[in-house]
Design a binder for this molecule. Sequence first.
Ligand code: NAD
Ligand code: DAU
Length: 349
Amino acid sequence: MEKTLLITGGAGFIGSHLVRLLVKKYPQYRLVNLDALTYAGNLENLRDIEYLPNYIFVKADITDATLLSELFEAYNFDGVIHLAAESHVDRSISSPTDFVMTNIVGTVNLLNAARQSWKNNPDGKRFYHVSTDEVYGSLGETGFFTETTPYDPRSPYSASKAASDHLVRAYWHTYHLPVVLSNCSNNYGPFQFPEKLIPLAIHNIQNSKPVPVYGDGQYTRDWLWVEDHALAIDLIFHKGRLGQTYNIGGNNEWKNIDLIHLLCRIMDKKLHRPEGTSAKLITFVKDRPGHDRRYAIDATKIRTQLGWQPSLQFEEGLEKTVDWYLANQDWLTHVTSGEYRQYYEKMYG
Ligand code: NAD
Ligand code: DAU
């Protein structure tokens, strides 16, 4: 094998798309997917590639520093792509400490393990930290987040991701650990856990349950097809400049309520229901505390320096997403049994 890479959080939503892309594209790389398999991690996301000879799964928690050191010793990783995180804003509001442990302590454990392992031979090594646009805070009606926008995280989730970003940059400046970072906007597509807006709404519409829209529904997000994010990560990992940060976005802003209406129209069509049936399920509910009004990414840097741009129009991507969820009922049934029911009851009553 030419290289051994560690991918953390590879059984989650974005991580599973990235693992699938890399194991197929780079048969000469050995890919070790480390994941704790929390409620959000699911090996069913990788059934189609788990038999490949260059893929290895390790169930482990990044808060376990000793185990990480042992893994680095055993595999002698050439690179790390770090996605493992607690990722849902609403859960960070009810359980902030879990976010501090995984997103901050877990990241520093990984940085320490990489630093220790690479200290005598840093050439060609690379620690890639995958982060979010939420670290930049909330925008008004205009403007975009660039790589130099000052950090202003406002939820326990975004604060924990911001802290991890700062630590990664601190290891670059202080210890010359070879790092690269990216901050991406909202992803959508297959395998997203149905606590997030789009899969939750698809699931509820299919089951004729209320579709909860927080507050006035005028909150805006910049949506990106998840496979485009995976392609950007591949590009940045191989071609990005060390010590640099790249913003990734869909150039695709939608107010939540407009997105939900579009989704309702698609669902009516797919489920052969009379037009307007799904929209009747829209229910305005109590707002998320500290809800960020608008996110929008300026992706000029990655476009001009690395030649990346989103491939898919939103309507097309949303249709593909709906098709996938409707065709994968077993997956949905598995992930929405057990813990999901308690979470849903607590959140939406
Ligand atoms: P996800 O919640 O779907 O997956 C997270 C994965 O991390 C799961 O497989 C989970 O089991 C694993 N994990 C959690 N805690 C762990 C621990 N302590 N040790 C090991 N593994 C652990 O998240 P996602 O949406 O795929 O996001 C992946 C990364 O991308 C995160 O770092 C997130 O901050 C970032 N991100 C997400 C989005 C988005 O829209 N989803 C956008 C920008 C950036
Ligand atoms: O911007 C990138 C971030 O996008 C990632 O870093 C996070 O990991 C990811 O979860 C996502 O965060 P959001 O909070 O933007 O995503 P979520 O799907 O939870 O919510 C999208 C919008 O929809 C947000 O304005 C809140 C709203 N919402 C969400 C849910 C779950 C509703 O109105 N109703 C809902 O039931």
